[in-house]
Design a protein around this ligand. Sequence first.
Ligand SMILES: [Zn+2]
Length: 284
Amino acid sequence: MTATFRTIGIMSFGASYRLARLAAVLAAALLAGLAQTSAQTPSTAVAGVDAALLEDMVIGSRVLADFGVLDGFGHVSARHPTNPTHFLMARSLAPALVTADDIMEFDLDGNAVDARGRTVFLERFIHGEIYKARPDVMSVVHTHSPGVIPFSVTKVPLRAMFHNPSFLGVGVPVWDIRKDFGDTDMLVSNPVLGKSLAQTLGDKPVVLMRGHGDVAVGPSVKMAVFRAYYTDVNAKLQSQAIALGGEVTYLTPGEGEKGDKINFIVIDRIWNLWRMRILPTLAK
Ligand SMILES: [Zn+2]
């Protein structure tokens, strides 16, 4: 009886000990997992940058994804507000998933200031080289917009069709990566390619990339996103107008110049609408 009790007692102690060890191992594994998750998705936004700017980048990324201008690829960046030799851009993830916590800081050569193990976009050189070449540019948007692809691979120039994309009235250059670099994977994956693209953009608001997409720039995130969106809308409408047959009447350069001034006046109206559309997706 006593022996049986002792045996049960010893077994109970052994079971408890094993249970405690198992709990400790599980706790350690859980903590390690959390640490790994934390390293992959840091929970701190960029130090010293106004939350409103980060929010604009998030709204811009998500609304362009909503409209199909961006899909799983493409990106929205902003020049650093207090250090013009740096820019802000999300870590590598789909634009529809970007949060303020995903925004990273880079120098204009595309080096991350504090990567902390995060993966970065291969085509970040588009942004850095344009910020180098264009001191007036405060935001860059790169898309693989379906609407613009036909105009990047044909001789038909993309031209302003109506008042919102009036910024296209100054002309839309097309950059062909093959011209100077031969057969490539089509991606702007180094500073030399980025510089070539920036040179073709010149002083324009939009440049098409042959067989790839486009880049829209602006003096603010709101304006660059607006331009990326309306470039896609314009391209689709222009394709429709051409398909109808007959002569198409485009905006004159003068109409384009006057129309674009109105865009700066009304930008907040459409931005507030887009913001209201996106904010609920951030609350989830
Ligand atoms: Zn691209």
